[in-house]
Write a protein that binds this ligand. Structure first.
Ligand code: GLU
Length: 320
C-alpha cells in the first residue's frame, strides 16, 4: 500500500512538471479590455511583442471592449486557468469599477491570478483649443460659474477617467456632464473633433494630440511633471495637493493558475518591460515601466481596490 502510494507520487512528480515545463507550446491570448489606439492597447501590444519573443511563442492581443473594461475582464476570469488566456487589468477594471457596478460578475481579488503589473501612467486634464478656459485656474472658475453646461469625455462610466474627474469636480465644487466612451481612443476623437470640449485621460493616449496641439493640457497628475511634456504643470503644484490619480496596466490570469506557469509568464513580462528598447518605447508614451512580481501585484490590487473605495465613499460618488 505504502509502496503503491510512493510510486504514484513519483509518477505524478515526473509527469506534472514535465507538462508545465513545455509551457507555452502554442500561442497565448492577451485580452485587452479597451479599444485599439488607447493606452491599454498601446502598452499591451508593446509588452506582448517582447514577452512573446522571450517565451518563444506569439502573444496575440484580442480587444474585448465595453463597460469600462469589465467585459474583457469577465472573459479573462472565466477562461481556463492554463496560462494560454490572460488579460490586461487596469485601475478601472480592478480599482474603481468594482465599487460602482453592483452586478459585476467578478471579484477583482478572488477571481484572478495576479501575474505582473507592467506599467504605471499619470492622467491628464485637457481641453479643445477652442474651449474658453486654457489654464486650470480659468477652467475651475468657468466650471463653477456654469454648472452642468459642459461635458467631459472619458474612457468609460465608473472607470478611472470618469471617477478621477468626478473627484476633482467635488473638490472644486463644480458640475459637468460625464460623456462616456468604450475607451480613450473614441473619447479623444470626439474631444479633438469638438463634440465634447474637455477630456480627462491616461497620458499615453493623449500625448500625440497634445504634441500636435489638437488638445491643450491644463494639469497632469502625480508628484512631478512628465519629462515628455515638461511645460504642463501638475495638479499638486497648482494647489490640489491631495488630488492624485494614477493609471496602471497589469497582466492577470483566471484564479487557480499553476504557480510555475504564472511565474514563467511573470518573468517574461517583467523582463520584457525592462528590456531597454521596450522600456524606451513605454517611456516615449509618458508611461513608467514597472514589471513587478505576482506577490507585489497581488498586494497592489488589494490596496488599489481599498484606496478607491475610500475615495468613492468619502466623496459619496455614485454612477448617474
Ligand atoms: N482609462 C482606462 C483605464 O485606465 C483605459 C482606457 C483605454 O485603454 O482606452 O482603465
Amino acid at each position: 500500500m505504502m509502496m503503491r502510494k510512493t510510486c504514484t507520487a513519483l509518477l505524478l512528480a515526473a509527469v506534472l512538471p514535465a507538462a508545465h515545463a513545455a509551457f507555452p507550446d502554442h500561442p497565448i491570448t492577451l485580452i485587452v479590455p479597451f479599444p485599439a489606439g488607447g493606452p491599454t492597447d498601446i502598452v499591451g501590444r508593446v509588452a506582448a511583442a517582447k514577452a512573446g519573443e522571450i517565451l518563444g511563442q506569439q502573444i496575440v492581443v484580442e480587444n474585448r471592449t465595453g463597460a469600462s473594461g469589465t467585459i474583457g475582464m469577465v472573459a479573462t476570469a472565466r477562461a481556463k486557468p492554463d496560462g494560454y488566456t490572460v488579460g490586461l487589468a487596469t485601475v478601472s477594471t480592478h480599482g474603481t469599477a468594482p465599487h460602482l457596478f453592483p452586478n459585476l460578475a467578478y471579484d477583482p481579488v478572488k477571481d484572478f491570478t495576479p501575474i505582473s503589473n507592467l506599467v504605471t501612467s499619470p492622467n491628464i486634464l485637457s481641453v479643445n483649443p477652442k474651449f474658453p478656459a486654457q489654464t486650470l485656474a480659468d477652467f475651475v472658475a468657468h466650471v463653477r460659474a456654469n454648472p452642468n453646461k459642459d461635458g467631459y469625455a472619458n474612457a468609460g462610466a465608473g472607470g478611472v477617467n470618469d471617477l478621477g474627474m468626478i473627484w476633482f469636480l467635488q473638490i472644486i465644487g463644480g458640475k459637468m456632464n460625464s460623456i462616456s466612451y468604450r475607451g480613450s481612443a473614441p473619447a479623444l476623437t470626439d474631444t479633438v473633433g469638438g463634440v465634447v470640449p474637455v477630456i480627462f485621460d491616461n497620458f499615453p493616449s493623449s500625448l500625440p494630440y497634445l504634441k500636435s496641439k489638437h488638445l491643450h493640457a491644463l494639469a497632469i497628475t502625480g508628484t512631478e511633471r512628465n519629462p515628455r511634456l515638461p511645460d504642463v504643470p501638475t495638479f499638486a503644484e497648482q494647489g490640489y495637493k491631495d488630488y492624485d490619480v494614477t493609471a496602471w496596466y497589469g497582466v492577470v490570469g483566471p484564479a487557480g493558475m499553476p504557480a510555475d506557469v504564472r511565474d514563467k509568464l511573470a518573468q517574461a513580462f517583467a523582463q520584457a518591460v525592462r528590456d531597454p528598447a521596450t522600456a524606451a518605447k513605454m517611456e516615449e508614451t509618458g508611461a513608467f515601466p514597472l514589471g513587478n512580481t505576482p506577490a507585489e501585484f497581488a498586494e497592489q490590487i488589494r490596496s488599489e481596490r481599498d484606496r478607491w473605495k475610500t475615495v468613492i465613499d468619502r466623496a459619496q460618488i455614485k454612477l448617474q
